[in-house]
Design a protein around this ligand. Structure first.
Ligand SMILES: Cc1cc2nc3c(=O)[nH]c(=O)nc-3n(C[C@H](O)[C@H](O)[C@H](O)COP(=O)(O)OP(=O)(O)OC[C@H]3O[C@@H](n4cnc5c(N)ncnc54)[C@H](O)[C@@H]3O)c2cc1C
Length: 384
């Protein structure tokens, strides 16, 4: 029975740390089967997150299975990928189409569904520490300590206090996101494309999202950011000058926020392995970016979050330990994450990126195959 023992809340069967795509999807799958689940989310309100907000085609049925229809939330169909480097340009149709939808809308909708199925969502509750105890796991939070039989770690790309498992994965990328009011001219120039712009040490993604907005999301190498004056405005000025296609669109648009949302130290290429934490704890399920951080240009981070979140929840429903669940998702996902990490590094080299874009342009169909290779399959048996 659940209750409070001194300052520790005891015997919660499953605690989920983090209410992004991965944590919320796990909460839905468990709660709709009648399982008791408590989700801890540090943000007191729905918030904007650094993300390209491009939902890849395979996520749409996965979300549908969870009870969320991105188009009903105002999501915008994205029918083409347009890749632009300094000298080159290549395009590929997306069939089926992807969807542009803000994380503000998506994460909120997923958590609403989880709550509707009976999951307890504790907002404004930050996890400060974590580790095994006699009951299973003890989670230290700003609202007191919680003891859980098992834990789903869904806190995103950064390490939680008490978990140091990431080793030397590169952390030199810094990310920004800004929403824009585009006006008709900018919308017309972008069309239903997701525009990917490559530049030295980074790339930018631009696509339409709900509410007639544009989302610009970009990453830059920290050193390059410093060379651009260490400000978003400086980086943007450099970028629109060097890649006029962006200037032509954003020149007609207006920033909707005073400053961008930012993230730093992005551990691209990270894949969780039990070996990294000494193989302890068979009730600790790593999902979403806590499982693996696929480079952003793949546009599949949210698909991985859905697949891993649902796989952990299904594993719990079927009595599978976390080592077993991690083994099967690793087999499915690690090749994609590693492959996209190689592409990400190639794009960081201006000469190789230029050769690659020229090749993609010369061989129509190759970009489509590359896009297909970045996709993530829903587990056998249909959507997660
Ligand atoms: C620049 C950039 C662009 C991207 N573009 C795309 C894209 O276009 N398409 C795509 O599919 N993917 C994209 N991604 C990847 C995608 O954003 C992530 O893979 C996805 O958000 C992972 O979901 P998650 O639920 O694991 O983590 P998150 O969405 O980060 O959610 C983690 C949650 O945990 C909470 N949390 C963190 N710490 C604590 C704590 N201590 N206590 C309590 N709560 C906590 C956070 O507040 C957050 O709500 C992009 C990533 C980056 C960096």
């Amino acid at each position: 029975m659940k209750g409070r023992m001194s300052d520790i809340e005891t015997e919660i069967p499953t605690v989920i740390i983090g209410g992004g795509v991965a944590g919320a999807s796990a909460a839905i799958v468990l709660a709709r089967e009648g399982r008791e689940v408590v989700l801890l989310e540090k943000e007191p309100q729905p918030s904007h997150k650094v993300c390209g907000e491009f939902l890849s085609p395979e996520t749409i049925p996965m979300l549908g299975d969870l009870g969320v229809d991105p188009r009903a939330l105002g999501g915008v169909p994205i029918q083409r990928v347009r890749l632009v480097s300094r000298f080159g340009r290549a395009c590929a149709d997306l069939t089926p189409a992807g969807t542009g939808l803000s994380r503000f809308a998506l994460d909120r909708a997923l958590l609403d569904v989880a709550r509707g199925h009976g999951a307890e969502i504790r907002r404004g509750c930050t996890v400060r520490g974590y580790g095994p105890d006699v009951h299973g796991y003890r989670v230290e939070t700003t609202d007191g300590d919680v003891s859980a039989s098992r834990v789903i770690l869904a806190s995103g790309k950064h390490e939680l206090p008490g978990i140091k498992v990431r080793g030397g994965v590169g952390r030199d990328a810094i990310g920004f996101k800004m929403h824009w009011d585009p006006g008709a001219a900018a919308m017309e120039r972008l069309g239903s494309d997701v525009l990917m712009v490559l530049y030295r040490g980074g790339y930018a993604g631009l696509c339409a999202v709900e509410g007639g907005r544009l989302n610009l999301c970009l990453i830059a190498h920290k050193e390059h950011f410093r060379r651009c004056g260490g400000s978003f405005a400086g980086l943007l000025e450099w970028l629109t000058r060097r890649r006029p296609v962006l200037g032509e669109i954003l020149g007609h648009a207006r920033m909707l926020w005073e400053r961008p949302v930012t993230v730093s130290n992005i551990p691209y290429g990270y894949v969780y392995s039990e070996a990294l934490c000494g193989g302890r704890c068979d009730g600790e399920y790593h999902v979403g970016d806590q499982f693996g951080v696929v480079p952003s240009l793949a546009g599949t981070g949210m698909a991985i979050a859905l697949v891993t979140g649902c796989a952990a929840a299904r594993g719990i429903l079927n009595g599978r330990g976390s080592h077993d669940v991690h083994r099967s998702v690793r087999e499915d996902l690690e090749p994609t994450i590693r492959f996209m990490h190689r592409i990400h590094r190639l794009c960081g080299n201006p000469v190789l990126a230029e050769i690659a874009v020229a090749g993609l342009r010369a061989a129509p169909g190759l970009l489509k195959r590359l896009v297909a290779a970045s996709r993530v399959a829903a587990p056998a048996g249909g959507a997660p």
